[in-house]
Design a protein around this ligand. Structure first.
Ligand code: GLN
Length: 304
């Protein structure tokens, strides 16, 4: 039997000793207020047993982690038609780069870079009656937790400084790959990114991706093949131009956000979330990546 609790505690104390904790994202001013020394980790296994250490109950901004949830929701609504609007290839580029978008005629490389997530946001805006509240209800239902909410200050903060996302949305619009108004789509996108969660809630929300599309409440939200595809995208695109490094060091499908969160999963075995707000040069949580490398090494469990 693997002693997950002991492993998580060892990881937390090692991370506390680490001198280089990375840099906080400041391009969204509201995110710059967070204390860099925070670190939390939470793991839920397939029997729904939970293990945690550090600041695992502290709320943080999930940011790009939300892109997996919006993709899952869009797929659950329009299925394979999603792939007519966005591709499934790794970009090898930072999350907010626009160069490939122009080269490839407004079809984003994948749904986990910003341009791709903005197209997914557009799909949801087209298909939902109340896009923001319907999306929030979807996320709450996955976790069976109605306390999950947007952080309006973070959404507002990004709205004021999200110039690159406005550029991406306008470029998409010029290629005909954005059906709704740029401001409406970005308002949705900034809100989805602003959702606040803690590590424990994140593992609950992502449980279905390690459990063949079935959430902790035994509701089937996605088919086995849809989950296979979303996990494949997390593995190949979830860390932007560091996806190779994450597969190499950690060996799990996962997704990061500039709020310092990472969620990762081993299909059929466990789902784990880490939070440490300092980022490395590629915009992924520095200690979060190191923690997950230690986890898969100590347990000798990864998809490889
Ligand atoms: N909201 C952020 C942005 O669009 C998300 C980026 C991220 O978490 N990598 O820039």
């Amino acid at each position: 039997m693997i002693d997950y609790q002991k492993i998580l505690e060892t990881i937390t104390s090692n991370c506390a000793l680490s001198k280089d904790k990375g840099e906080i994202a400041t391009y969204i001013p509201e995110l710059a207020k967070v204390d860099r020394s925070r670190f939390g980790i939470h793991l839920v296994n397939s029997e729904k047993k939970e293990f945690q250490s550090g600041d695992s109950n502290e709320l943080f901004s999930i940011q790009s982690i939300s892109k997996v949830l919006s993709l899952a929701y869009a797929i659950s609504i329009i299925g394979e038609a999603v792939w007519q609007r966005v591709d499934v290839e790794p970009s090898g580029d930072p999350f907010n780069h626009l160069s490939l978008l122009e080269l490839e005629n407004g079809i984003p490389r994948n749904p986990l870079i910003n341009a791709g997530a903005i197209v997914i946001a557009d799909i949801l805006v087209s298909h939902l009656e109340n896009p923001k509240s319907d999306f929030l209800q979807f996320v709450r239902k996955l976790a069976n937790d109605d306390s999950i909410d947007f952080d309006p200050n973070v959404a507002q903060s990004e709205k004021k400084t999200g110039f690159r996302n406005y550029a991406a949305a306008n470029l998409l619009k010029s290629y005909g790959n954005l059906k709704n108004d740029v401001d409406i789509v970005l308002d949705f996108y900034f809100h989805q990114c602003s959702i606040a969660m803690n590590c424990a809630q994140l593992t609950k929300v992502f449980y279905l991706f390690m459990n063949r599309g079935v959430c902790q409440q035994n509701i089937t939200h996605l088919s086995i093949s849809q989950v296979k595809r979303i996990n494949a995208l997390m593995l190949t695109c979830g860390f932007y131009d560091e996806a190779g490094e994450f597969a190499f060091e950690v060996g799990l499908p996962g997704k990061s956000g500039v709020g310092g969160g990472i969620v990762a999963l081993l299909p059929g075995k466990y789902c784990v979330a880490t939070w440490s707000p300092g980022l490395n040069a590629k915009g992924n949580s520095k200690l979060g990546m190191e923690a997950l490398e230690k986890l898969t090494t100590a347990t000798a469990q990864s998809i490889f």
